[in-house]
Write a protein that binds this ligand. Structure first.
Ligand SMILES: [Zn+2]
Length: 206
């Protein structure tokens, strides 16, 4: 196990490799974290301060997920497909599975860490997805593929918020610097603001 005191440019917290990372690969991962972190910091004006743990494969990721799920079973029910990467808001950590995660996942998780913890899970997920796509729009080759349900329950409702309130406002809202009056939320985005438990129950029954 090797760890670094600080990512080189300080765009996230500590970076820890949970396996023996070779020099070149290690540099590549640190570079992706640095670039993604800089994109987040340039776009939102706030830095990702979470620590990053890097896993080498499915087994390592599975262990991380299981240990975090204990007593916390609802949190990851609608997590990223195949656990490419997750953000643990309780421990302020990002866990990345380096063998499957692409640049967009690094970016996505680092966006998560500038979104307030107090927002319901589905709202954080929606904002993180929407802004992942927004930030990488100039770089179509970085665009991630995602399942339909992600578009349905996360991305489309946030797009509706942006149409109603404007991009700049939602960008401020995403970092906790603007508030949304609940009565002004468009009908198709209301689910984003439901308490998590109600949201999950509703989505499960559809
Ligand atoms: Zn996410």
């Amino acid at each position: 196990m090797t760890s670094m005191p600080e990512s080189e440019a300080g765009y996230c917290g500590k970076v820890e490799f949970l396996y023996e990372a070779e020099g070149e690969e290690r540099q590549k991962i640190l570079k992706m974290l640095e670039v993604a972190g800089k994109m987040v910091s340039d776009y939102f004006g706030s830095k990702c301060k979470y620590d990053v743990l890097v896993c080498d494969g499915g087994w390592c990721m599975e262990l991380q997920v299981i240990s975090r799920e204990r007593g916390n079973s609802k949190k990851y029910r609608l997590r990223s497909p195949d656990y490419m990467a997750i953000t643990d808001y309780n421990l302020s950590e990002i866990i990345i599975r380096k063998d499957v995660a692409k640049f967009a996942q690094y970016l996505h998780e680092m966006i998560h860490c500038v979104i307030p913890k107090s927002y319901p899970h589905q709202l954080r997920e929606g904002l993180a997805w929407f802004f992942t796509l927004e930030i990488i729009r100039p770089y179509p080759y970085l665009r991630p593929s995602y399942p339909m349900w992600i578009a349905d329950i996360y991305i489309r409702p946030v797009r509706s918020l942006v149409e109603t309130f404007g991009l700049d406002f939602i960008k401020n809202f995403a970092t906790g610097n603007a508030e949304i009056e609940e009565s002004a939320v468009p009908e198709d985005a209301k689910d984003l603001f439901l308490p998590e438990a109600v949201f999950f129950r509703k989505k499960k029954s559809v």
